[in-house]
Design a protein around this ligand. Structure first.
Ligand code: 5RP
Length: 249
């Protein structure tokens, strides 16, 4: 007689869903202002937020990080607000392209990094929702598409060259899939993808240097911003990673 142990193998979609639902359950509170990130994982977080709002009649106001996020908020009949009305957020939920062991992130795979970083920077807490493929030890371990950089269109070419010369690697202009020409962001800018992962780099230092280049609008490096990440795993469980507490002597 054979006894077979039941092995649960979650699809990426199911992994996104369980992580998102757990994060919202843990962090959503009544009477709060909530940032809504962008991408495919955040869809499940918004579904959960909407269930809670409907079931418990909670007062939640949502600040979007993109056109897509705004559409999601509308679709679920959630209250939409903005940074002008609510400059301080209690929490922001967002996805990520990669999360390292210190909770530094690569974001911008979906081209929404500028508004995502602004909204996250206005929130007391940034919580990341992701599937197991985003969980890395160091940036570039798993995400191989490069660091997204949002740039003013007129200077994409000199910036591309300057970054390659200064730091190495290869920078390319992100091209649209269903339109001729480049991807144009929600803010009317272009995206460069900087592939430099064969080197170990000090991302914090590099981020500060790149951000000062005239024409760079924002980078997809989110350093020291996230407080906690939730990863849905293949076995149906959820793994979390919390920002290490700073200890002062
Ligand atoms: C968009 C982002 C997304 O949060 C990131 O690309 C993750 O997306 P997904 O949840 O679809 O994997 O930064 O600019």
């Amino acid at each position: 007689m054979f006894f077979s142990k039941k092995i649960v193998t979650m699809s990426l979609e199911s992994a996104k869903k369980i992580a998102s639902r757990q994060a919202v359950e843990d962090y959503l509170a009544n009477n709060t202002i909530v940032g809504i990130g962008s991408g495919s994982t955040i869809v499940y977080a918004v579904e959960k937020i909407s269930e809670i709002v409907k079931n418990l009649n909670w007062n939640i106001k949502c600040v979007p990080t993109s056109f897509q996020a705004k559409q999601l908020i509308h679709k679920h009949n959630l209250d939409l607000t903005d940074l002008e009305t609510n400059p301080e957020l209690d929490i922001c939920f967002d996805g990520a392209d990669e999360v390292d062991e210190n909770l530094n992130l690569i974001k911008g795979g979906g081209g929404c990094l500028l508004q995502e970083k602004i909204v996250a920077s206005c929130a007391k807490t940034l919580v990341i929702v992701a599937d197991y493929s985003k969980d890395s030890t160091y940036l570039g371990e798993k995400y191989k598409k490069g660091i997204p950089l949002e740039v003013v269109p007129m200077c994409y070419s000199p910036i591309l060259k300057k970054i390659q010369k200064r730091f190495g690697g290869t920078v390319s202009l992100r091209m649209a899939q269903a339109k001729a020409g480049p991807v144009v962001t929600d803010n009317g800018n272009f995206i460069l993808d900087w592939f430099v992962f064969d080197k170990k780099l000090d991302w914090e230092k590099i981020n500060l240097e790149i951000i000062q280049m005239p024409g760079i609008v924002e980078t997809g490096l989110f350093i020291n911003m996230a407080a906690k990440a939730y990863f849905g795993l293949v076995d149906g469980s959820v793994k979390t990673r919390k920002k290490p507490e700073l200890t002062f002597k």
